[in-house]
Design a protein. Structure first.
Length: 283
């Protein structure tokens, strides 16, 4: 190959790479971050009561309402959640974005459309805490959610019972898992909501069966064969998806969230609504 041909080839290759980068950037900003994935996760536990077999728990997280995520887009999320026919709905924090958002009561009529026969439960995230935890909690409660801060609620069906517990946010709150589990029984199933997934290292030491978390956004940008470029503190050990633990039935699931923070970009890390289908494990 002579010099002229080499330069022509090189310029063509650079142009192609630049075009590819441009297309990838447009896709990340205007495409993937609105392309919500519906993911179903079946799980079975020995402590799970047979009376609740087939229960559908729908989790969404990290909407980060504000400059980069609108109320109209939240309304679409609500419709998608309802289409999953949830028995129970769980929101795992960061309703508003503390960098580019503000608390608005306009979200209440939208979230109020969510219906689940066994209830709607939520915990607060670090962005909610930075803004005004009292106001965010009030918005969620006016929307029909039970907000759990180091507290729990029982759900009863016939002679069977399971528990839903929620922990206070780790950066700005005072998480107290023994308090959150007060009144629960060691032989009864416990679902724990914790915004930061790395709280699992604490939950593993207690009679908790399944922890649902958000916070990490799955990294937002995930490079094939490498992984995420960045994950926040307390979302680095269990950054995305389902994790199991040796000699334990305990699981933690980290949802990739709906919105974005810092930059309105997602690549190889679609926003997510998760449907858990729970069954009793056969002895």
């Amino acid at each position: 190959m002579n010099r002229r041909a080499f330069l022509k080839y090189s310029m063509s290759a650079v142009g192609s790479l630049a075009a590819l980068a441009g297309v990838s950037g447009l896709y990340s900003i205007f495409g993937e971050r609105y392309w919500i994935q519906l993911k179903t996760v079946p799980l079975a536990y020995r402590r799970y009561p047979a009376a609740f077999a087939g229960m559908r728990i729908v989790q969404f997280s990290d909407t980060h309402l504000g400059k980069y995520y609108s109320l109209d887009q939240l309304a679409r999320v609500v419709k998608l959640v309802q289409r999953q026919k949830p028995d129970l709905i769980c929101f795992t924090g960061d309703l508003f974005d503390s960098n580019y958002g503000q608390i608005s009561d306009d979200v209440i009529p939208i979230l109020s459309q969510l219906q689940a026969k066994l209830g709607k439960y939520a915990v607060l995230g670090n962005h909610d805490m930075r803004l005004d935890p009292g106001r965010v909690r009030d918005v969620l409660e006016q929307s029909g959610f039970t907000v759990l801060v180091n507290a729990n609620k029982s759900i009863v069906r016939g002679n069977s019972r399971l528990w839903i517990a929620g922990i206070d946010e780790m950066f700005h709150g005072k998480p107290d898992l023994p308090l959150a589990l007060k009144g629960t029984k060691e032989d009864e199933f416990v679902l724990l909501l914790a915004h930061e997934p790395d709280f699992a290292d604490t939950a593993l030491k207690f009679p908790v069966d399944l922890q649902l978390s958000g916070h990490s956004h799955g990294g937002q940008i995930r490079i094939p064969f490498y992984g995420s470029l960045f994950t926040p503190d307390l979302g680095q050990k269990y950054e995305v998806g389902l994790y199991t633990f040796e000699k334990s039935e305990f699981h933690v699931y980290t949802n990739r969230g709906i919105g974005t923070t810092l930059f309105p970009i997602r690549f190889n890390c679609r926003p997510e609504i998760t449907v858990f289908v729970l069954e009793a494990k056969q002895p």
